[in-house]
Design a protein. Structure first.
Length: 385
């Protein structure tokens, strides 16, 4: 019995040793992405990773560079202070071309062809100076002049090209032009709406060309100059100068009368009589209420200077003005040995603020000189810091 029991124990031990290292291999359950749909056929094998992929169109749009261009060309004797003109008097020494530009780039080639009486007179070709002008803006530093001091009478026109492509600077197919008058035309001013043109001849005759270009005489004076339109394009300002008492120094003894005329009706009105000489350009505010100028002879003695800013306030009925001279404004630095005077023509910042460069006599304080702003709302002045 003991032998039989021992035999069974040996057999059981051998059986347990045989099953100790056996592992049952059960395949894993498939994931949902790997289970073929019961309603769709099984796709054939996909190409290997070495197959050439199909190129798809890019979703990013192609960037189109805007074409460079010149446009809106006009002519003037001063690109800062003078309005554009098409007729210039016989004594004109220089004419500036002013035009706008967009989308310019470094490396573009610009050509300017000036013609006189349809004959090529001057040509200039040069790379665009991007560091100076940039991509967009207005050209104001290009001019023509004659070496003898004045431009010859005749018709002039300008042609502009960018990389040999002509530019629509005249607004159409016609190149912009101007005329140097052969007669005694002394001044010209075009109304803001472009319909009326005021002319001064001989030098006492004021003429206006109506929208149909018909001439009509408006005024006969002594010496007419300084034409300036109001924004309504109906009223024209001008100065009539009396030199009968002029002395030998500068404009001493000269008296100026400020006038206004309604070009449609021909009615003329004296606004201010026997003013000191009104120098430089009359500068009208954008609403037509104020007219700024510089008055004085330009004579200086020791630390004195008689040049002053004057701003005329125009009445609503266009019949009279109230002058506000420089001394009426508070805030201008003064002393017994120093006089402030306008160094150049000014400009309106808005309807009530006029800025003008002031200089000072007999002072070593360089901080005084600069741009000053005249405030019409409270008759004060402050330096533009």
């Amino acid at each position: 019995m003991r032998k039989i029991s021992a035999l069974f124990m040996i057999i059981a031990f051998l059986l347990s040793a045989c099953t100790f290292d056996v592992e049952l291999q059960v395949p894993p359950s498939p994931t949902p992405e790997e289970i073929p749909s019961a309603t769709e056929p099984i796709s054939p094998a996909t190409p290997s990773s070495t197959s050439t992929p199909i190129e798809q169109p890019s979703a990013t749009p192609t960037t189109v560079t805007a074409a460079p261009r010149f446009f809106n060309a006009t002519f003037t004797t001063d690109p800062v202070t003078s309005p554009s003109q098409k007729i210039f008097p016989t004594n004109t020494t220089r004419v500036y071309a002013v035009w706008d530009y967009q989308n310019m780039r470094q490396g573009l080639i610009v050509r300017r062809d000036w013609y006189r009486n349809n004959v090529l007179w001057i040509t200039r070709e040069e790379p665009w100076d991007f560091s100076k002008y940039g991509a967009n803006g207005t050209i104001k530093d290009i001019s023509v002049y004659d070496t003898e001091g004045r431009l010859a009478p005749g018709e002039y026109h300008l042609e502009l090209f960018i990389d040999s492509k002509p530019q629509p600077i005249g607004g159409g197919a016609v190149w912009p032009s101007f005329t140097i008058s052969e007669d005694s035309l002394l001044a010209q001013a075009v109304s803001p709406n472009g319909l009326w043109t005021a002319l001064v001849k001989n030098p006492s005759k004021l003429i206006v060309l109506d929208p149909d270009r018909n001439p009509r005489q408006l005024f006969w004076g002594k010496e007419i100059f300084n034409l300036a339109w109001l924004p309504d394009s109906k009223h024209l300002l001008f100065v009539d100068r009396d030199r009968s008492q002029q002395g030998g120094i500068a404009l001493m003894g000269v008296l100026d009368d400020l006038w206004i005329v309604n070009v449609a009706t021909g009615e003329t009105t004296s606004l201010s009589r026997e003013n000191p000489p009104l120098l430089q350009q009359l500068v009208v505010s954008s609403d037509g209420r104020y007219i700024a100028a510089v008055e004085g002879t330009g004579y200086g003695d020791a630390c004195g200077m008689d040049l002053k800013v004057v701003i005329f306030e125009l009445s609503d009925d266009f019949k009279h003005v109230t002058p506000h001279v420089q001394d009426d404004f508070a805030g201008i630095p003064t002393s017994a040995d120093t006089a402030a005077y306008p160094a150049n023509v000014g400009a309106w910042l808005d309807n009530t603020h006029f800025q003008v460069p002031l200089d000072f006599t007999c002072t070593t304080d360089t901080n005084l000189k600069g741009i000053y702003i005249f405030d019409m709302s409270n008759l004060s002045v402050k330096k533009d810091e």
